[in-house]
Design a protein around this ligand. Structure first.
Ligand SMILES: Cc1cc2nc3c(=O)[nH]c(=O)nc-3n(C[C@H](O)[C@H](O)[C@H](O)COP(=O)(O)O)c2cc1C
Length: 209
């Protein structure tokens, strides 16, 4: 099968979104935690978190256009902080449910059965049930003029994870934490480790660690 731009244009909107959303490959599964002006704990699943750089330690995610009520974007803009919480298999269904359009007064935490947890460094809520939790200070919101989305950039101020998740060389064993990955808009996958490989150098074959 071959699909060209005109084929894509002809696809019904939902089918097109489902298809295009699959094409970037497996995506990370994270819950963004934010706090509203009245202290409401807000939570939304995203599959667009990316690493921007380690020094300073920056992560980013793409938020859909701010044209409709986007609580996550509004709350992180106003509070200056947000959290990224890895989704593991045990909370994947609850995590998915956070994408439902809940009202401003309804916290996704209680609606989906997850627990808000707070640190001392910033006001944004973590997901207690998540194994790997990251607190970030908002650094920038970059508009993407092509489609009206924005890239939200945060600097890591705190990381909470079990001691046994972190290896001496800095590697975090995501599979051991049962962190899931996402395909498209609604496919959730458990991961089977393949191997770790040594730092690649010209003239040296890949070596398993
Ligand atoms: C699997 C999945 C991935 C999603 N990824 C994103 C994303 O990367 N960016 C985004 O803005 N919304 C994403 N969404 C939609 C948000 O979860 C949804 O719009 C949510 O209601 C936003 O909550 P808010 O109104 O509190 O901001 C995703 C939804 C699902 C089910």
């Amino acid at each position: 099968m071959k699909l060209t731009q005109s084929d894509l244009d002809a696809l019904p909107q939902r089918q097109r979104a489902a298809f295009i959303n699959c094409l970037s490959g497996y995506k990370s599964a994270n819950l963004i935690g934010t706090v509203g002006p009245e202290g409401q704990a807000n939570l939304a699943i995203v599959s667009s978190v990316v690493h921007l750089g380690a020094n300073p330690p920056l992560l980013a995610f793409i938020s859909r256009p701010p044209s409709v009520d986007r609580h996550t974007l509004e709350y992180l803009t106003n509070s200056g902080y947000f959290t990224i919480n890895h989704v593991h298999a045990g909370i994947a269904e609850a995590a998915h449910q956070t994408s439902a359009r809940y009202g401003r007064d309804e916290s996704e935490f209680s609606a989906v059965g997850l627990t808000a947890e707070y640190g001392a460094l910033h006001p944004a809520p973590y997901v207690a049930q998540s194994m790997i939790k990251i607190g970030l200070a908002l650094k920038d919101i970059k508009p993407i003029e092509l489609n009206g989305t924005v890239m939200v950039i945060g600097e890591i101020v705190e990381v909470l994870l079990p001691d046994n998740a972190l290896a001496e060389d800095g590697f975090v064993d995501l599979a051991e934490m049962d962190t899931v990955t996402i395909g498209g808009l609604d496919g959730y996958y458990r991961v089977e480790p393949l191997f770790r490989l040594s730092y690649a150098k010209p003239g040296l074959p890949p070596r398993r660690l």
